[in-house]
Design a protein around this ligand. Structure first.
Ligand SMILES: Cc1cc2nc3c(=O)[nH]c(=O)nc-3n(C[C@H](O)[C@H](O)[C@H](O)COP(=O)(O)OP(=O)(O)OC[C@H]3O[C@@H](n4cnc5c(N)ncnc54)[C@H](O)[C@@H]3O)c2cc1C
Length: 550
């Protein structure tokens, strides 16, 4: 937290020097003493301070200054810094102006020049005012502040990125908070959101996630040109493989396009993972796994997407979306799966503006006391609904089938929750709203009746699709895009065409030697955290076998 500021403002250089010297001598240890020679310059400076979220404890301002006198300055300064103490420095002839300003600008004190000796005529007064200020001040948040609008997709993406990386921030909604709006206006004239204010004074306007990742100190560039193992995806499968590879001394790089944890990282509470009888939140599990992997020397890149995987003799080459190529001997595809998106008209426009894919964690607080809906009947939807019910007034769960398919403990928890209403046989037909989601239209597939519901937010958890595009031309995949491994790549009990080795593919090896797959992206997996972790661990053991043969 930067030191609070004591401003001294006077156009007379010798007076300014002398008051600065006296203030520093007594208050320099606890406060930053800032001398400025005009009211206008001080107001400009105040704007910058606001962006850095610095606090002003006291204004000590000369009344007689050209352009803008002390009272006029204080009248403006108190708009943005109402908590700061206000002291006018006056000459004998200014007494009436000073008395008038007691009401006008709620002046705390007027000091007569000269103020010497300061021990008698300055410090006792300021001591009292500063003690009073300290007792009542509400110090501003001194971390990252994200100012944006609830309807802006890029604001949602930034919040989601920071939340998923467990980086604390304060959300300032420019639609509800006029101070937040003026803060944004003071920082940029561009109509872009969000605007992110950092404690060091740096401001980013609608940044790319990679720029944001760099600014918050996450690793975005590989430290080496070559690794033994590259893992693409940092969900449970990727992180499990990374922990084993790192712990056995292999040079290992994990590439993550968003934030570590994958789908599991977005789960409010995983209750069926071995060893956690009271459940564990996805971000807690992720934090532990990430620190475990890093402790073993694994590098994890954030906000870096792998866009292609290639083969060059014994080397496997991974290309990133910034054009960088990184080579290695073995690659693990642990890219998991992502939710299907809504296909109806208007859904794209409202994504991030009321429609969210699996983002209950990030946005729940913003819908406090609101009516929200959840689409989907499986575990992830049920967890989302239960989590949202802690904040929302009402949560309507829309399930296309006749009953939820979530685990029994989750269905029981939803059914006994007074805030949750489950609508089965409910087909979502339309989403409506101009800038933000306002209503949804659903049809009961049994009765054919349609109804329109108010909905300030719709959290979508419908079906998942494998994220296998980066290898779909290199390895064999199912019709739905799941990556085949081991026995599934065999054709008539023989290795697939193009297979170059004597041996058959390992259990979790794809149709290309040295390229492995684990977790939700793999054909035949069971879409569970424990399965992904187990497959990640087995994939590592098989990659180790593979490395031994090179
Ligand atoms: C909300 C929710 C709740 C859940 N709750 C439970 C539960 O309680 N119990 C349970 O057992 N299971 C649960 N699951 C399922 C479980 O989370 C998944 O089965 C598991 O996360 C799969 O792990 P994974 O590592 O294979 O893939 P994922 O978790 O999907 O991770 C894949 C990662 O790869 C990254 N990636 C993808 N493509 C690229 C690329 N080209 N470049 C770089 N990175 C890339 C993604 O950003 C992602 O971070 C839940 C899922 C969700 C969504």
């Amino acid at each position: 937290m930067p030191k609070p500021v004591i401003f001294s403002i006077d156009d007379d250089a010798s007076v300014l020097n002398s008051i600065e010297r006296d203030l520093r001598a007594k208050y320099g240890g606890d406060y930053r003493v800032l001398p400025i020679n005009s009211g206008k310059a001080a107001l400009e400076y105040l704007k910058k301070m606001e962006q850095r979220n610095e606090t002003v404890a006291l204004f000590l301002v000369d009344q007689r200054m050209p352009e803008m006198n002390g009272t006029e300055f204080l009248a403006e300064a108190m708009q943005t810094h109402p908590q700061a103490k206000r002291v006018l420095l006056t000459a004998y002839g200014d007494t009436q102006a000073a008395i008038d300003s007691i009401n006008e600008v709620r002046l705390d004190y007027y000091l007569m020049k000269p103020w010497h000796p300061p021990e008698e005529r300055l410090y006792p007064i300021l001591d009292e005012l500063l003690a009073d200020w300290k007792a009542h001040v509400r110090l501003p948040y001194d971390g990252i502040r994200v100012a944006g609008a609830l309807w802006s997709l890029s604001s949602h993406q930034v919040k989601d990125f920071l939340t998923r990386h467990q980086i604390p921030y304060q959300w300032l909604d420019i639609e509800k908070d006029s101070n937040a709006r003026s803060l944004v206006e003071s920082a940029t004239t561009e109509a872009k959101l969000p605007v992110i204010f950092f404690p060091d004074g740096k401001v980013l306007v609608e940044p790319e996630l990679k720029e944001l990742a760099d600014k918050v100190g996450l690793q975005t560039q590989a430290g080496l040109p070559f690794y033994d193992i590259i893992i693409i995806g940092s969900g449970p499968a990727g992180l499990a493989a990374a922990v084993y590879a790192g712990s056995e001394g292999y040079k290992c790089l994990v590439i993550e396009k968003a934030a570590p944890g994958g789908q599991a990282g977005s789960s409010p509470k995983i209750e069926n993972y071995l060893g956690f009888p009271a459940g564990i939140s996805g971000d807690d599990l992720t934090r532990r796994a990430v620190s475990q992997a890093k402790r073993f020397g694994v590098e994890i890149l954030s906000a870096q997407e792998a866009v292609q995987v290639g083969v060059n003799d014994a080397y496997r080459i991974v290309k990133l979306n910034d054009g960088t190529n990184i080579s290695c001997h073995a690659v693990l595809i642990a890219t998991g799966a992502s939710f299907h998106t809504l296909k109806m008209p208007g859904a794209d426009k409202l994504t991030g503006a009321g429609i969210y894919y699996g983002a209950a964690y990030t946005e729940a607080m913003n819908y406090k006391d609101g009516d929200v809906s959840v689409v989907g009947g499986a575990n992830s939807a049920a967890q989302g609904a239960i989590y949202l019910s802690q904040f929302a007034r009402k949560v309507t769960v829309l399930i296309r089938g006749h009953a939820p398919t979530a685990s029994k403990h989750l269905v029981d928890a939803m059914q006994s929750n007074a805030k949750i209403e489950i609508l089965t046989d409910a087909d979502l037909l339309e989403v409506k709203g101009n800038d933000t989601l306002e209503r949804i239209v659903i049809k009961n597939t049994k009765s054919d009746e349609t109804q329109t519901l108010d909905a300030s937010a719709l959290f979508v958890f419908i079906g998942v699709q494998p994220q296998s595009k980066i290898v779909s031309e290199l390895v064999m995949c199912s019709g739905k895009g799941y990556v085949f491994t081991g026995p599934d790549v065999m054709v008539d009990k023989r290795p697939p065409p193009g297979w170059t080795l004597e041996r058959d593919p390992f259990l979790l090896e794809t149709s290309t030697p040295g390229i492995f797959a684990a977790g939700d992206v793999r054909y035949g997996t069971s879409h569970r955290v424990a399965s992904a972790v187990g497959e990640g661990a087995i994939a590592y053991a098989l990659m180790k076998e593979y490395l031994k043969t090179l």
